[in-house]
Write a protein that binds this ligand. Structure first.
Ligand code: 5AD
Ligand code: SF4
Length: 450
């Protein structure tokens, strides 16, 4: 029996995968610990989306390979998208790594640990020999994973993986392979397991979650799945992320009007407000088509909160293109958004395009964009004051007696409710908007006081 720690970098898909690697290790009799410092096995579940994210693997290995006070060092597993993209190269650059496993092969983690343990130690600084699996197997890993052990009010459920879109900046089609969907019946079963263990909210996740097509049958789509899951009595909230503008079908838009459990929130990355740049990014949508999709959504669900991703400094981006991005932020009124400096990723078409934007220009544009996004989020939070709604309590607040929950619009809401506990859904009124959160007061307490 060993103590293990899984460290997750990057996206929510990795959070799900990290949890599942934990399920596999727990199934082998190992025990989870909160810190890598007292673990015998450390899994680094990495992200390759931007250069800085990828570099974190190597700095963590540097720390982990140093012998501890008692002379021991952990078995090091490099998992996730850096493992997939750089494979055996990781072994050359960081010889202390014992296991290298890609995101589509991690169901083999226990086997790989046994394989590595059977290879005699050498002078590399690794504890064992090295086992590698970065295959993209035809048989999906999901068929080989143990039941979920997840406990808690909110859970992720991976419904789809991979990407066929090939945006010219992005590594995902290379690290996660093509789009594949899990069969609807498997997802309904997994959702029942989660709800039985206390989940009241499930977020359906996928690199292109709205390209979900029910797996090999190819007949059912994301709105069909959402409607099935909405029938589970104990499940109160359904979310999904991340969507591609190209796959926002009328059926999915209508689901926001039809299915009350589907939360009024949509993360729909636009990347740029300039149609010229969107074309160079191979995004398959324009500024106008994106705005038209949002108008359709708002027609059926006027209160929907919108979120997005932006890249500044894509090759060839002019000040005018960037102004178009600032304009779209103002026009949409995002509830929140994520923004990044363009990062050249090896093997992607944009990495070798002419007119790479100098770093200081990227930095200056990012600062302006982030100021606009922050101001927009503050406006959104202020505009929600007075709303009567429910929040799902997630964690303790900073001050004693405070709890933090999520509104349907995914705002963090701070409340004080004596007797309430994490996982409760409680009725509140939003009383104040802050830059990154809202304050709320419980409805019953207010009535009692009146
Ligand atoms: N550089 C910067 N940001 C990127 N993203 C994806 N690839 C890159 C890159 N090469 C951003 C996109 C995507 C989010 C997950 O990461 O905005 O939506
Ligand atoms: Fe990357 Fe584009 Fe696919 Fe999103 S849609 S994962 S940005 S290639």
């Amino acid at each position: 029996m060993s103590r293990y720690h899984v460290k997750s970098f990057g996206c929510q898909m990795n959070v799900y995968d990290s949890e599942r690697m934990g399920d596999l290790l727990a199934g082998e009799g190992h025990v989870a610990v909160d810190s890598p410092d007292n673990a015998d096995i450390v899994v680094l579940n990495t992200c390759h989306i931007r250069e800085r994210a990828a570099e974190k693997l190597y700095s963590d290995i540097g720390r982990l390979r140093k012998p501890r006070a008692d002379g021991s060092r952990p078995v090091i597993v490099a998992a996730g998208c850096v493992a997939q993209a750089e494979g055996a190269e990781i072994g050359r650059r960081a010889p202390a790594v014992d296991v290298i496993v890609g995101p589509l092969a991690y169901h083999r983690l226990p086997d790989l640990l046994r394989e590595a343990a059977a290879i005699p130690e050498d002078a590399r600084g690794a504890r064992w020999g090295r086992a590698i699996d970065t295959d993209m197997p035809a048989s999906p890993k999901f068929d080989h994973l143990p039941p979920r052990r997840h406990q808690g009010a909110s859970a992720f459920l991976t419904v789809q993986e991979g990407c066929d879109k090939f945006c010219t900046f992005c590594v995902v089609p290379y690290t996660r392979g093509g789009e594949t969907s899990r069969p609807q019946a498997d997802l309904v079963a997994e959702a029942h397991t989660l709800v039985a263990a206390g989940a009241v909210e499930i977020t359906l996740i996928g690199q292109n979650v709205n390209a979900y097509d029910g797996g090999s049958a190819g007949t059912d789509s994301l709105p069909g799945l959402i409607a099935r899951l909405a029938e589970i009595p104990g499940l109160k909230r359904i979310r999904y992320t991340t969507s591609h503008p190209r796959d926002m079908t009328q059926g999915l838009i209508d689901a926001h009007a039809r299915i009350p459990k589907l939360m009024p929130y949509l993360h729909l990355p636009v990347q740029s407000g300039s149609s010229r740049i969107l074309k160079a990014m191979n995004r398959a949508h324009t500024r106008e088509s994106y705005l038209a999709t949002l108008a359709q959504l708002r027609a059926v669900r006027p209160d929907i909160a919108l979120s997005g991703d932006f890249i500044v400094g894509f090759p060839g981006e002019t000040e005018q293109d960037f102004q178009d991005t600032l304009d779209i932020v103002a026009e949409v009124g995002y509830a929140q958004a994520y923004s990044f400096k363009y990062s050249q990723r090896p093997g992607t078409p944009a990495a070798t395009m002419a007119d790479q934007v100098p770093e200081p220009v990227k930095e200056e544009r990012l600062a302006r964009l982030q100021a606009a996004i922050t101001a927009g989020a503050y406006e959104f939070n202020k505009a929600s004051v007075g709303r009567i709604t429910e929040i799902l309590l997630e964690r303790p607040g900073r001050k004693p007696g405070q709890l933090i929950g999520k509104t349907p619009w995914l705002q963090s809401a701070v409340v004080e409710i004596p007797g309430a506990k994490i996982g409760d859904l409680i009725a509140v009124q939003i009383t104040q908007g802050q830059p990154n959160s809202v304050e709320a007061s419980p409805l019953q307490a207010e009535r009692a006081a009146a």
